[in-house]
Design a protein around this ligand. Structure first.
Ligand code: ZN
Length: 533
């Protein structure tokens, strides 16, 4: 009896030694963040010297971890961008009604969105189109009976009272899809009204600086020029001759002759009620001078070759965005943390000598904060054939702010990857849950969506919480005080050991997906299945 207890005791000690050392691994993970979010890299803005140094750092680590170069130029896949900046002194806006011309203050009354290919000069009537979306599957059509030919559509940047699956709603109310709908109906541009139901944090859907063309979200400060992919076929703003965001100050001027008031519209939108559609009985006159320039920044890709003679030709992508917002915003959690995990998992795979059957492509992308541009470029011009990409496991700001008890998984119910992450998390005693804030549309708001739109099943993650728990408060406080702000720095409380546990779970997930004889499939009832070819 005593002997058996002794054996059990020593067994536990041996197991303990074999198990991961989360303290040490957490410190290695943090060391990457100290470099990437350190003062020297100045917030890793796409195209900046700080970003270039971040690229060099990742490529060096990939090489050290024995990954094969998988870019177009060694580990790098250079991406060409165009920057567009409105020259305020030479640009103007006015409302025109008959002989009346009411000048608008650029910036104060409405801001021009230079992501669009703005016309140098233009005058066109305004039509209010409510929420401005159309969801055929839900028989929901805000544009029914509205004539938009040659006109400018004015809308509230929200989905409205549609009764449809959250993913369906997110998809059709994204900037790209909404514009496709409006453009198809004949509109030559749009004026967006920020969603009053969304807390106006930078980068949230409907926030004042949200660029259309991205998934309705922004993040660039007003002082920075807009950035688009240089490749015109990837710009997704085709036909946008005018793109504006209305401000609270300017709103009453726009509505003055329409027979409706901005306050009336806002009150309805705040309660998510149906909105009227009407001619606004006024035209917008615009002169826009835009300064264009070119810029380059790279994605970084390294491959761990698969061990199975057949399956090694298929790739599991493990991605994270490397860029952030530039000086004054270090981006430690957004997304140095995700890049650090990509690097840690690459190191762990080398150190533990795992031999996954499929190949694993470690990928850090540029331009996420400008509208998922680097991943969209990679998904359009993948360095391995797109049919051979079986999954994208993406990390963007997974927020290890407290112990990891439950993992929030975006895309959990969409594909066979859901069962894989459940199993991988269970191995480390962690439960999984779906998104606690589905209205934030997170599944379509980071780089995984670039892959999803090419048919690739994907997952993304956050540390989870229960409603009403202290963890929920910690996360909300973080979003309020640190998200896209100076406070997302090296001087914030982070649970490094839990981050290391998370890395081990993700490593387990990658191994499972890489070793499964079957490649991941969208669930039969998943909205995203439509993108699979
Ligand atoms: Zn961000």
């Amino acid at each position: 009896m005593k002997r058996r207890i002794l054996i059990l005791f020593w067994g536990a000690v041996v197991l303990g030694c074999l198990a991961a050392d989360f303290t040490a691994e957490g410190n290695l993970w943090w060391a990457h963040i100290q470099f990437l979010a350190g003062a020297k890299l100045e917030g890793r803005n796409t195209g900046s010297e700080g970003y270039r140094q971040a690229v060099e750092y990742v490529a060096t680590q990939f090489e050290r971890d024995g990954l094969k170069p998988a870019g177009t130029s060694g580990y790098l896949q250079p991406v060409k961008f165009e920057t567009r900046e409105v020259v305020a002194e030479s640009s103007s806006l006015a409302l025109v009604h008959g002989d009346e011309v009411e000048p608008l203050a650029l910036g104060a009354d409405a801001s021009l969105n230079a992501r669009a290919r703005l016309a140098p000069a233009l005058e066109a009537p305004l039509v209010f189109v409510g929420y401005g979306i159309r969801i055929p599957e839900a028989h929901y059509d805000e544009l029914e009976g509205v004539n938009l030919r040659g006109k400018i559509a004015v809308y509230v940047n929200a989905a409205g009272p549609v009764k449809a699956d959250a993913n369906l709603t997110s998809h059709y109310s994204s900037g790209v899809e909404r514009w496709a709908t409006l453009h198809h109906a004949g509109a030559i541009g749009f004026i967006g009204i920020p969603n009053p139901r969304v807390q106006a944090v930078p980068g949230s859907p409907g926030a004042p600086n949200s660029p259309a063309g991205a998934n309705g979200r922004g993040g660039r400060g007003p002082a920075q020029p807009a950035v688009v992919l240089a490749d015109p076929s990837l710009q997704e703003t085709e036909g946008q001759s005018v793109a504006l965001t209305m401000t609270r100050r300017g709103a009453d001027k726009f509505f003055a002759r329409s027979g409706h008031t901005y306050d009336e519209i806002l009150a309805l939108a705040r309660e998510n009620r149906p909105l009227p559609k009407f001619d606004m009985n006024v035209s917008l006159r615009m002169q826009a001078v835009v300064k264009r320039d070119s810029m380059e920044a790279a994605n970084v890709a390294g491959a761990l070759a698969g061990s199975d003679p057949q399956l090694k030709n298929e790739y599991v992508i493990f991605s994270a965005h490397l860029d952030h917002l530039g000086p004054g915003r270090p981006g430690a959690m957004d997304n140095a943390s995700g890049v650090a995990s990509v690097l840690e998992v690459a190191r762990l795979m080398k150190e533990t000598g795992v031999k996954p059957k499929r190949s694993i492509l470690f990928l850090t992308v540029t331009g996420e904060e400008k509208g998922e541009l680097g991943s969209r470029y990679f998904a359009a011009y993948p360095t391995v054939p797109v049919r051979q990409i079986v999954a994208d496991i993406n990390l963007d700001m997974f927020l290890p702010l407290y112990p990891l008890k439950v993992l929030e998984v975006q895309g959990l119910a969409e594909s066979s990857l859901g069962a894989q992450i459940r199993a991988a998390a269970a191995e480390l005693g962690v439960a999984v849950q779906t998104d606690r804030e589905p209205e934030q549309n997170r599944f379509i708001r980071s780089d995984q969506y670039s892959f999803i739109r090419r048919g690739v099943p994907s997952l993304a993650f956050k540390f989870g919480y229960e409603y009403g728990s202290p963890e929920e408060k910690i996360r909300q406080a973080w979003v309020r005080d640190r998200y896209h702000k100076a406070g997302d720095n090296l001087d914030q409380p982070v649970d490094k050991e839990s981050a290391a546990r998370f890395d081990r779970i993700i490593m387990g997930l990658l191994e499972r997906v890489a070793d499964d004889p079957a490649r991941p499939q969208w669930n039969a009832d998943s909205f995203f299945k439509r993108f699979a070819r």
